[in-house]
Design a protein around this ligand. Structure first.
Ligand code: ATP
Ligand code: MG
Length: 738
């Protein structure tokens, strides 16, 4: 037996060895679902299946990368790089780049991130003379996004009674029309938003039988992790792709379904056996991740949900420590308690920073932890901030590259037409957009033919210079590589020089960020050159016949595509020795030695927005189950009496979920403001200097990591007196949380 099979228990092995036909693995947290999926891919390859014929869909880019690395390790070769492993969005984007022309899109279509998409919404709302306070771009965008993920197009939307009623109740009857205008505008711009990557791929498979059969033949084996969180669009796509070979393997846990607010439905799990009559189902029951205490607590909590597939999950692991339940006076105290506990655990039990995770319900909660960790000089990485590539200076620079690749991209054009300032003001831009709409041509075409549209002489000259410059960049791409062109753009537009001359702290950071961007393009160009033989099966980098495309253009196009799909988690080194801070949603699938589940308070967790129906509450409880089951050895559950939310101090009741924790596995401790009195920490109000948060991990100097030293540079030195390890007052166990 191969070594990788020996590592598995019998049920897991059964799932790995089941090669032909539909397979579903439903099992609780930490039972090895992801391990089985990874091993199964390695086993398929080991059994002679070509990596090019395997499609594996993961929930994050990071998970995809890890999966490839593990498979390479198991097989001892680099064949895994030929697998199609990635998120739904990244894999489909890659395919659409070869197929978009069928749908009337340019193959070098732009991908609009959420900001771009909201900006398009705003444009169409204004053009329709609607009020953008009633029709807030984010609200409208969310409605459109939900519709797309449910495969509801503008026409269906307008004819859907329930949706129409909902919009009427919200006093926004025109959303259907905005949706229609939005779709048309994106199409005109040669752009797809994130949801289009699913929707358009679905339309491709549905409407073009040849494309469908091409990808059915290509993807002979399909594997999906975290299946419980797939939405209807993803579900339908898998059904279409898998219909020919039926070698579809899905793994999931209904108890961890936490994305129903985004349209995911656990019905997908229940439906699987109906869709594939001869589906083989494997249940895994042994948990390898958590101590007995942790697993028992998780099992007890989830029992309170009614709608569950019955499962029993047990572990051979040690009993482990009891779960520490900790109440603090304020959210700042909660932060201090957590930072102190990390310090204490590191000293007592020889943990490293990387063994800890602080997990919370909403991103805003990170502030108190960041402050406390910085004061203790504990290095941390925060996930959930802005991606490097969504920073303003980066998006501005990238807009030049976008317009070179796709001249129809109106959002990019509007960003750069007067950046740096070149005398083309808002009036001119509005006029150009209006002309483009009236004549149904792109804004770029209006600029190219500016003489026909009555611009003033001075403006005309500025426009001409701009058009000539952009065209020169585009033609340069015919014989120079993407990096050389980007450097040239930086010089020619004066962007780099202007930032270099700006010696303010922000200016220096922006300059460094642009340098970092150029580095990343260089790196991309280098790796693409090394990989250039890989797509020899010809499926991917083929464009429609009438387009002559240089390699420079292909490389730059692919670069732009992948940076749009990166999240801030991808900017960061997962192996860095730092404490990890993130929301519970972001922690899905991950595991840590020690976990702090923070902010267990009514209104916060369960969230105040999600306590109106049983379904909502059960989803919050599944989130609680997810956070508990991230922990391997030690788990803390913390909550505060008061915290600042939305700018005011609020009193909090302990979360109702605390009542559901079985007393026998709990260790109740108390840590209030008093416990910190003499330890050099200021009370709230003395911490203002620390309130200037930087959401992402890319401070000046980049690197994707916030060390205490970095923070010190930016926020000043921490208090000189280092607090000793505090001893927390532990009251006698009580039947109810205090
Ligand atoms: P989640 O539901 O949280 O996604 P999962 O079911 O995907 O969890 P994995 O992450 O695959 O679980 O596995 C949990 C841990 O248990 C990992 O550290 C994995 O390496 C380990 N593990 C899984 N199966 C075995 C096994 N047979 N022997 C030893 N360790 C195992
Ligand atoms: Mg998993």
């Amino acid at each position: 037996m191969q070594d990788y099979l020996k590592e598995l228990n019998e049920r897991q092995r059964e799932a790995v060895l089941h090669i032909k036909g539909p397979l579903m693995i439903v099992a609780g947290a930490g039972s090895g679902k992801t391990k089985v999926l990874t091993t199964r891919i390695a086993h398929l390859m080991n059994s002679g299946v070509d990596a090019f014929n395997i499609l594996a869909l993961t929930f994050t880019n990071k998970a995809a990368k890890e999966m490839k690395e593990r498979i390479e390790k198991i097989l001892g070769n680099s064949e895994a790089r030929n697998l199609y492993v990635g998120t739904f969005h990244s894999v489909f984007a890659r395919i659409l780049r070869a197929e978009a022309h069928h749908l009337g899109y340019p193959n070098n279509f732009t991908i609009y991130d959420t900001d771009d998409a909201k900006s398009v919404v705003k444009t169409v709302v204004n053009e329709m003379n609607l009020d953008d306070k009633t029709y807030k771009p984010s609200t409208v965008y969310n409605r459109i996004s939900s519709a797309k993920n449910a495969l509801v197009g503008p026409v269906e939307y307008a004819n859907d009674y329930a949706l129409q009623q909902e919009d009427l109740r919200g006093n926004r009857p025109a959303i259907a029309q905005i949706y229609d205008a939005y779709v048309k505008r994106c199409f005109k711009n040669g752009a797809m938003d994130f949801d289009d990557l699913l929707l358009k791929f679905y339309e491709l498979l549905k409407g073009f039988p040849e494309s469908l059969s091409k990808y059915q033949r290509k993807f002979k084996y399909i594997l999906i992790d975290e299946y419980q969180d797939t939405n209807p669009a993803q579900y339908e796509i898998i059904k279409l792709l898998g219909a020919m070979n039926e070698n579809v393997c899905v793994v999931g846990d209904d108890a961890q379904s936490i994305y129903s607010f985004r349209g995911a439905t656990i019905q997908n799990i229940l439906q699987f056996q109906k869709d594939y009559e001869d589906a083989h189902v494997v249940m895994l029951e042994q948990n390898y991740r958590s101590s007995k205490s942790i697993l028992n607590v998780a099992n007890e909590v989830i029992k309170n949900n009614k709608g569950q597939i019955p499962k029993s999950l047990w572990t051979d692991n040690k009993d482990g420590e009891k779960i520490r339940l900790v109440r603090t006076m304020t959210d700042n105290d909660e932060g201090k308690y957590v930072a102190d506990s990390i310090q204490e655990q590191k000293l007592r039990n020889h943990y490293n920073n990387r063994d800890f995770a602080i997990l919370y319900r909403t991103n805003a909660q990170s502030r108190a932890f960041e402050e406390a960790l910085r004061r203790m000089n504990i290095a941390y990485t925060i996930f959930g901030g802005q991606s490097f590539y969504t920073r303003k200076e980066i998006k501005d620079f990238v807009a030049y590259l976008r317009i070179i690749i796709n001249s129809k991209d109106e959002e990019a054009l509007k960003r750069i037409i007067n950046f740096p300032a070149r005398g083309i003001g808002k009036t001119t831009v509005d006029k150009a957009v209006l002309a483009a709409n009236t004549h149904n041509i792109s804004m770029w075409e209006v600029l190219e033919r500016a003489r026909e549209f009555g611009f003033k002489a001075g403006t005309l000259e500025a426009i001409d210079n701009f058009v000539v410059m952009i065209k020169s960049f585009a033609s340069m791409l015919q014989n120079k590589n993407a990096y050389e062109v980007a450097v040239h753009v930086g010089k020619q537009t004066n962007i780099v020089k202007e930032l270099f001359n700006d010696k303010s702290t922000e200016g220096v950071a922006r300059y460094e960020n642009i340098q970092e961007l150029l580095n990343s393009i260089k790196e991309w160009v280098d790796t693409q050159q090394n990989l250039s033989q890989i797509d020899e099966d010809g499926t991917m980098i083929e464009t429609s016949d009438n387009e002559a495309v240089s390699t420079g253009e292909i490389t730059l196009g692919a670069y732009l595509q992948q940076i749009t799909l990166l999240t801030d988690a991808d900017d960061k080194d997962p192996n860095a020795d730092t404490v990890k801070l993130m929301t519970i949603h972001a922690a899905k699938g991950l595991e840590f030695g020690c976990v702090f589940a923070a902010g267990l308070e009514e209104m916060l967790f369960p969230n105040g927005m999600a306590v109106n129906t049983r379904e909502e509450l059960e989803e919050e409880r599944r989130l609680f189950y997810v956070v508990i089951t991230r922990a391997k050895q030690r788990l803390w559950i913390t909550y505060a009496n008061t915290r600042y939310r939305f700018g005011s101090l609020v009193q909090n009741e302990p979360s109702r979920f605390i009542d559901e924790l079985p007393e026998e596995y709990l260790d109740r401790s108390y840590a209030g403001a008093a416990a910190f009195k003499n330890q050099g920490f200021g009370a709230r109000g003395n911490t203002n200097a620390f309130d200037r948060m930087n959401g992402g991990g890319w401070g000046a100097g980049g690197g994707g990591r916030q060390s205490a030293a970095d923070a010190e540079k930016r926020y000043g030195a921490p208090p000189s007196k280092k607090p000793a390890i505090p001893s927390y007052v532990t009251p006698k166990p009580q039947s109810k949380p205090v």
